[in-house]
Design a protein around this ligand. Structure first.
Ligand code: ATP
Ligand code: MG
Length: 258
C-alpha cells in the first residue's frame, strides 16, 4: 500500500504544518518510508524538520518550474525513514510564472509518479489558500486530510474547501477522497473546544478521526529546534496524540481494527 495525503485547509494557523511534520515523523517512527513535501512558500514544514530554508538549492519551486529533477530536490533527513522536498519564499512567485504553462495542475503529480513506489506515505503540506499550489497537491494526492482548529470560527471556509475538493475530483483527479478531519489545539479546560467538536460533528458529514490533538506547548516549541515532537519530547501529550493519529491513518479502511 502507498498513499499520498495532502494536508489542506485554506484557513491559516489551524495546524496544517504541525500535522504534516508530526504525522510524517510518527509514520516514519512506525517504520514506514515517508516523503514529506512542503508546498507552502512559508516553508514551515521545511524549517520544522530541521532544514535551513534559506540555504537550499533545489526546492519544490525549481521542481515546478522544470529547473531541477525530482532526485535533485529530495533531502534525506537525519530522521530514519524520512525524506523532504523543501520549500521557501521563492515559491510565492510560482503561481504567476506558471501562467500559460500547459498541464500546470499536474506538474507535481507527474514528477512524483516515478518516485511513488519508493515510499509508503507521501505527506504534502499545503499553503493557506486554494491556489495552483494546493491544486498541484490535490492532483498528486489520493486523499485530503483537513485539520480543524477547535475555535469559534472552525466551520468558516469549510464549504469552500469541500467545494474545491469536489471540483478537483470532478475535473482533475477522479480518485481523490477525503482522508478525514482531525481536530487540533483542543483545550480541555474550555467548554468552547468541546462545543466546536460537537458542532462540527453535527454539521459535517465526513470521516472524523477519533484522535483529537490537544493544545500542547511542546508541539509549539519543537519547530524552533527543527525537530518533530517524537524527537523533541517523545513522551509529551503532543507526541502521544500524533502517534495515535498515525495509527489511525495506518489502519484507515481496515474494518477489523476499528
Ligand atoms: P499556516 O496556515 O500559516 O500554514 P498552519 O495551518 O500550518 O498555518 P501551524 O503552523 O501548524 O498551522 O500552527 C499554527 C501555530 O499554532 C504554530 O505556532 C504552531 O506551533 C501552533 N500549534 C499548532 N498545533 C498546536 C498544538 N496542538 N498545540 C499548541 N500549539 C500548536
Ligand atoms: Mg503551515
Amino acid at each position: 500500500m502507498n498513499r499520498a495525503i495532502a494536508i489542506a485547509n485554506q484557513k491559516g494557523g489551524v495546524g496544517k504544518s504541525t500535522t504534516a511534520i508530526n504525522l510524517s515523523a510518527c509514520l516514519a517512527e512506525a517504520g514506514k518510508r515517508v516523503l514529506t513535501i512542503d508546498i507552502d512558500p512559508q516553508g514551515n514544514t521545511t524549517s520544522g524538520l530541521g532544514i535551513d530554508k534559506n540555504n537550499v538549492n533545489n526546492t519544490v519551486y525549481e521542481l515546478l518550474l522544470g529547473e531541477c529533477e525530482i532526485s535533485d530536490c529530495i533531502i534525506d533527513l537525519e530522521i530514519d525513514n524520512l525524506s523532504l522536498i523543501p520549500s521557501n519564499i521563492n515559491l510565492s512567485g510560482a503561481e504567476i510564472e506558471l501562467i500559460g504553462v500547459e498541464n500546470k495542475e499536474y506538474i507535481l503529480k507527474s514528477n512524483i509518479e516515478q518516485m511513488k513506489e519508493q515510499y509508503d506515505f507521501i505527506i504534502i503540506d499545503c499553503p493557506p489558500s486554494l491556489n495552483m499550489l494546493t491544486i498541484n497537491a490535490m492532483t498528486t494526492a489520493d486523499t485530503v486530510l483537513v485539520p480543524i482548529q477547535c475555535e469559534y470560527y472552525a466551520l468558516e471556509g469549510l464549504t469552500q474547501l469541500m467545494h474545491t475538493i469536489d471540483l478537483v475530483q470532478e475535473r482533475l483527479n477522479p480518485d481523490l477522497e477525503i482522508e478525514g478531519v482531525v481536530f487540533t489545539m483542543y483545550d480541555a479546560r474550555t467548554n468552547l473546544s468541546l462545543q466546536v467538536v460537537e458542532n462540527v460533528k453535527a454539521n459535517l458529514n465526513q470521516m472524523i478521526y477519533k484522535t483529537i490533538i490537544p493544545r500542547n506547548v511542546r508541539l509549539a516549541e519543537a519547530p524552533s529546534y527543527g525537530l518533530p515532537i517524537t524527537l523533541y519530547d517523545s513522551k509529551s501529550a503532543g507526541a502521544e496524540s500524533y502517534r495515535l493519529l498515525a495509527e489511525e491513518v495506518l489502519h484507515r479502511g481496515d474494518e477489523e481494527w476499528l
